[in-house]
Design a protein around this ligand. Structure first.
Ligand code: PLP
Length: 240
């Protein structure tokens, strides 16, 4: 399959993708049940569209974007087969720019943001799928609601008609103890079992290039892979 790649850079992306798929499949077989589906998202920050579209042509159907500005400048070139989720820190004043461009916002951690997503979604006649981001490592530098306040936020989110909570997202700290992954899985199942009206839990988005197998072991069904797929990032692109 990789021999079809047009140049060495693309060939590398292809090989990376094959390795990731193999590892995901292995982890799934080892830790999960046969009919569970695990999605691989390609995280595209700083990656050029040619490479991104190559990943889409190779079967990637889900892209993750972190930066509003960068996304808006690239989105028109993306192949239409792929859906895009927003996964980065989102300022309320930028919600309007992405509301019709993404199928999910994974990085939702405040009522203020939920309220604005709801307002923009209503204005555009749609319902936006969201994930609640949990700051599982309680890191000051990271976004996300604390585990303690998660249920309260979920109950508040459920009151908004144009947002639809589909699950949880987390970025465990680098080198985090395995117990944090287990804790995320537990939070996910607890919230699911709360049977809150208007909330349908079916996505636990956890695991990146360095920890996706561990995340799959602990219930993740959506892994977000950047460098492992596209190689090291070029940080010259400014924050948007
Ligand atoms: C950058 C990023 C990723 C991908 O990280 P890698 O380590 O490059 O795989 C995943 N999720 C979020 C929210 C990110 O910002």
């Amino acid at each position: 399959m990789c021999s079809q790649a047009a140049n060495p850079m693309m060939s590398q992306v292809c090989q990376n993708l094959e390795r990731i798929r193999y590892n995901v499949e292995n982890a799934r077989t080892k830790y999960r049940s046969v009919n569970e589906k695990i999605d691989i998202m390609a995280v595209t920050k700083t990656v050029d569209t040619e490479k991104i579209n190559f990943a889409v042509e190779s079967g990637i159907t889900l892209l993750g974007e972190n930066r509003v500005q960068e996304f808006l400048s690239k989105k028109d070139e993306y192949l239409l087969e792929a859906q895009v989720h927003f996964i980065g820190h989102l300022q309320t004043n930028k919600v309007k720019y992405i509301i019709n461009e993404v199928t999910m916002i994974q990085s939702v951690d405040s009522v203020r943001l939920i309220s604005e997503i709801n307002r923009q979604a209503e204005k555009n006649g749609r319902i936006m799928d969201i994930l609640l981001e949990v700051n599982i490592g309680l890191e000051q530098s990271k976004s996300g609601v604390s585990a303690q306040k998660l249920k309260e936020l979920a109950l508040q989110a459920a009151e908004y008609k144009n947002v639809h909570v589909r699950g949880l997202m987390a970025i465990p700290p680098i080198g985090a103890d395995e117990s944090l992954y287990a804790e995320m899985n537990e939070l996910y199942h607890k919230l699911d079992e709360s049977n809150i009206d208007g909330i349908d839990m079916d996505i636990l988005s956890m695991g990146m290039s360095g920890d996706y197998e561990l995340a799959i072991k602990h219930g993740s069904n959506l892994v977000r892979i950047g460098t492992g797929l596209f190689g090291a990032r070029n940080y010259n692109i400014t924050e948007g």
